[in-house]
Design a binder for this molecule. Structure first.
Ligand SMILES: Nc1ncnc2c1ncn2[C@@H]1O[C@H](COP(=O)(O)OP(=O)(O)O)[C@@H](O)[C@H]1O
Ligand SMILES: [Mg+2]
Length: 357
């Protein structure tokens, strides 16, 4: 069953001549027990979409349904107030009250709803223990680490038992190492509690790790949506392909096309790639993920020859840059299990992994 359905949503900031279209016909579904990541570059409309679902922004047209309830319908001029939508919200800035204890922060919303104090205490205790915060109820926010504060913000959203939680870049205030731990914690929590979540992030690695489905926004429109695997392995557009991984990108001229197989001229060498997307013309952009490039010291098929420029140590492997020099030329990058000695290498670009757009 869909816990959240958004249909053809349009939203402008400003009115009349100064109106700025932000959401341009967005449709999506969030199924029960599913995590959907709202991914996209800065300014693409992720936060705006989340806020519209929460009832904090007014769309111009379209529909929003939470479970069975219609909460927004542009045609019928129906707009349910945010506090009646019964959603759990977690913002990037945790927005904890500094002078309230952890337990009071988490229970405050229930108190406003006039729930009895013994039931509040019980609910707060339960959610704090679910989040591994059971022993911290009497502390104040400044006595917690960033990761713990972030969990308190999540506890505060979950204490209502909302059918859907909305999270806006919940991990981006944490430093890199903590963020990875928190991501695993959050994924585990969501699965364990069977929550349905819509989470905004601009980090494609985070989106893939945490979600069942990714919705990629590009300038207020959905560029592509699907499972993390399909978004990564079978992108439909250059935008999706580039956004989802670490890539080499080259421009070329098509020599021949035979079904999906496209041969093109790359700097005087003929290579073959696979057409992706619908509009492959004469001038193409080809793209290959770094991990698909094979480095060889001997001549090999579908390969370009380039001198090694530098190798960077990544811990578990080396990232090597090859180019002929010249400031404008970005060259090719590839991973190697060990540091390479200076010299020329053949960089093989497997046909099925060299995507032509
Ligand atoms: N309150 C606002 N008034 C006017 N423009 C806004 C407002 N909030 C956001 N915007 C603009 O809307 C666009 C989308 O913003 P946002 O949804 O915050 O993007 P994202 O979360 O994907 O980075 C941006 O161009 C931003 O400048
Ligand atoms: Mg945002």
């Amino acid at each position: 069953m869909a816990e959240l359905t958004v249909t053809d949503l349009y939203l402008d900031y400003g009115t009349g001549a100064s109106a700025n279209a932000i959401l341009k016909g967005v449709s999506m579904e969030l199924q029960r027990g599913e995590v959907v990541a709202l991914l996209g570059p800065s300014g693409s409309g992720k936060t705006t979409l989340l806020r519209a679902v929460a009832g904090l922004e007014s769309p111009k047209a379209g529909k929003i349904q939470i479970g069975e309830r219609q909460v927004f319908d542009g045609e019928r001029k129906l707009e349910m107030a945010a506090e009646h939508r019964n959603l759990g919200l977690v913002f990037q800035s945790y927005a904890l009250w500094p002078h309230k204890t952890v337990a009071d922060n988490v229970g405050y919303g229930l108190k406003l709803r006039k729930m009895g104090s013994s039931e509040i205490a019980e609910r707060v205790k339960k959610v704090l223990s679910q989040l591994g915060l059971g022993h911290l109820g009497e502390r104040f926010p400044h006595q917690l680490s960033g990761g713990q504060q972030q969990r308190v913000a999540i506890a505060r959203a979950l204490v209502y038992n909302p059918p859907v939680i909305l999270l806006d870049e919940p991990l981006s205030n944490l430093d890199a190492k903590l963020r990875e731990e928190a991501r695993a914690f959050l994924r585990d929590l969501i699965v364990r509690l069977g929550l349905s979540a819509l989470m905004v992030t601009h980090d494609q690695g985070e989106a893939m790790a945490i979600s069942d489905k990714i919705l990629l926004l590009n300038n207020g429109k959905i560029e592509q949506q699907g499972t993390p695997q399909s978004m990564y392995q079978t992108p439909d557009s250059l935008f999706t392909a580039e956004f989802m991984g670490s890539n080499n990108r080259v421009a070329g001229k098509v020599l021949q096309r035979n079904g999906e197989r496209v041969t093109f001229d790359l700097d005087g060498i003929t290579v073959a790639g696979t057409a992706r997307g619908s509009n492959v013309g004469a001038d193409i952009t080809a793209m290959i993920r770094l991990e698909q490039v094979r480095i060889s010291q001997v001549e090999t098929s579908n390969a370009i020859r380039l001198p090694l420029s530098t190798c960077m140590y990544l811990g578990d492997r080396w990232e090597c840059l090859f180019h002929r020099g010249g400031v404008a030329e970005s060259g090719m990058r590839a991973y190697s299990p060990q540091r390479l000695v200076p010299g020329d290498y053949w960089l093989q670009l497997p046909e099925e992994s060299l995507w032509v757009f």
